[in-house]
Design a protein around this ligand. Sequence first.
Ligand SMILES: Nc1nc2c(ncn2[C@@H]2O[C@H](COP(=O)(O)OP(=O)(O)O)[C@@H](O)[C@H]2O)c(=O)[nH]1
Ligand SMILES: [Mg+2]
Ligand SMILES: [Zn+2]
Length: 306
Amino acid sequence: MSEMRRQGRVLRFQSDFFYVFSDGVLVSCKARGKLKTRVRNTDIIAIGDFVTFEFLPDGSGIITDVLPRTSEWVRMMTGMKIPYRQVLIANLDQVLIVFAAADPEPRLRMLDRFLVICERQHIHPVIVINKMDLVDETATKARFAIYPRLGYETVFISANDPDAGERLKSIIVGKISGFLGPSGVGKSTLLNRIDETLALKTGEISDFNKKGRHTTVVREMFPLKEGGFIADLPGIKTLGLWDIQPEELDGYFPEIRPLVEKCFYSDCTHDETEVDCAVRDAVSAGTVDPDRYQSYLRMRFGDEEL
Ligand SMILES: Nc1nc2c(ncn2[C@@H]2O[C@H](COP(=O)(O)OP(=O)(O)O)[C@@H](O)[C@H]2O)c(=O)[nH]1
Ligand SMILES: [Mg+2]
Ligand SMILES: [Zn+2]
């Protein structure tokens, strides 16, 4: 019996089948039994994974190995006996974090939380502020000025602009991008500007029905005509900081990170009770943004509200 070993990338998952892109074609694969039972509380194979599979004579495949991931976009599914660590997508190049300049009002604490998750996962974040047509441009850019100052790529856009699609394409072509943000900020509209089939496709993905039960299990990266892939990242409510130790949080704020070693105590939490804290000094001196510091404190001291 001839058996061929091949490599490829998982583009789509649907009811136990993984569709692996390999040598220009999609091969429908099942996972080898051993792979599935090794660990029960997380996804061993996820969209975006590079895998090795046995290519069978009938044109299908059996995944035998998963290559180490460079990054994971994860959410915890709680409410079951054992929390499940769901890997929505692996090996992302970047996450586009979409907020609206208004309607709905942007929530900067939520933005800061997403940025921390990106820092933790070493995924390049791109902040996209949509609906710029509704606001005063100068005031809004000032409101978000801290982010480009910290080195975060920040794009101000309006989905109605004729060049909105081209501007987004210049960011995402050739890369694997995730799309994230609260509902109503214009994600579907923006995707539509890139390629009108994209918004429809991502709109179909649903994870929970109205009763909150797990239903459709289809995950997918969508290829762009010009190269690259885009994936919807649903479920922002379940995006917690559960895999971040409180004492490592300061390392995920680029403006706080270099100050930590200057605090008097090596385990300084940088809250108001600490003495000789370089972070608090920097807030007082105006070199660390007070809103960002408040975001840090909220995340550090367990206020789980996004
Ligand atoms: N004024 C304005 N409205 C927008 C813009 N982008 C989207 N919208 C509107 O905002 C609403 C929500 O957009 P949608 O794409 O469904 O948001 P999603 O929930 O993030 O996918 C719709 O009524 C859109 O027409 C924009 O740039 N400017
Ligand atoms: Mg939508
Ligand atoms: Zn400190």
